[in-house]
Write a protein that binds this ligand. Sequence first.
Ligand code: ADP
Ligand code: MG
Length: 361
Amino acid sequence: MSTEGRSFKKTAAAALICAVVVFLCLNRLLPDKKAEEARGDYFFLGTVVHISVYGQGKDFLSEELAGLEAEGKRLEKLFSANIPESDVRRASDGQGKWVEVSEETYALVKRAVDLSEDTDGAFDPALGRITKLWKIGSDGARVPEEEEIRAALRCCGCKDIELKEDDGAYFIKVTGGALIDLGGIAKGRVADIMVKKLADDGIKSALIDLGGNLAVTGERPGGGKWRLGIQTPERPRGEYFGTVSVSDCSVVTSGAYERYLEKDGVRWHHIFDPSTGRPTDSDFSSVTVIDRDSTKADALSTALFVMGRDGADGYLKEHKDIAAVFLLKGEKRVLVTEAARSVFTAADASLSVGDIGGAGK
Ligand code: ADP
Ligand code: MG
């Protein structure tokens, strides 16, 4: 081949490589204009639920939403303490008898018991007597007498829950008058199951919001991390004190501002200290846990709220991998763990950011 021919070939090859590189870069940088959105708004698990899925084809996306709604409602019928024929209610009503439940309920109760041990009882899925007594967030909410609280407390704690698996069947036995309440963990588990379904169905980008219990699949449509806001307590919904930037992750917040009863100028909220049977007098306005495992994030956000600042600091020193953000009560100050440093951004410069759990040491 002539020198001219070879040089033409080289130039053509270089141009082609450049074109491919430019195409690949643009493909990453430009939003994926073709991604369509389908959004569903529902009510289950005692909360308002929003789900957005992104991808190709309105019909496919609508079907996916319908499937997720059906799944959420199916799981509610297993996990809810407010539905008389749910697994959880049947197990609690069985008092002293082995009650057969679904594998899903067995697995979640087992996980809840493990997390209770891990948090030294700050998370207690057997405190249904206490939640039933106060009824915070529902009709009939009231401040019980000290004697009633003491009596209910005697019927709390995971010592009263037994689990067994027998030849592919699953059983729970509840004793001592205890009642199972998965209100502090069920939304996380449902989010995890939905995320798995989305992946199985080939959805690459989705946002699930189960009453502030958030989970995202993949990156946001068009690429890049999702930026999820953390609600400023006592402010209109959608006003955030900070954001977290994540992909394939869940972000769960527990706070005293969501459900409460106000009586004689005192606010009684729905997160209970299992050692007193009363709403936790926490140092925090809210606790946010950021983790791929939404079940764990849900239980831990509740438990860390109950532990308070010193308890949470001690726990986190032993669990350095936990990414969490704590808004201190009555102050414009947040504490973040080392693992949360790289994902959390304060919304305004007047918010001071400190360490917890040995971060920065
Ligand atoms: P939310 O349900 O508002 O997202 P949480 O995840 O913190 O908030 O769960 C609060 C619910 O968990 C309560 O409504 C109650 O059903 C249950 N709960 C309250 N205190 C505890 C606790 N110490 N351990 C386990 N569950 C709790
Ligand atoms: Mg929780």
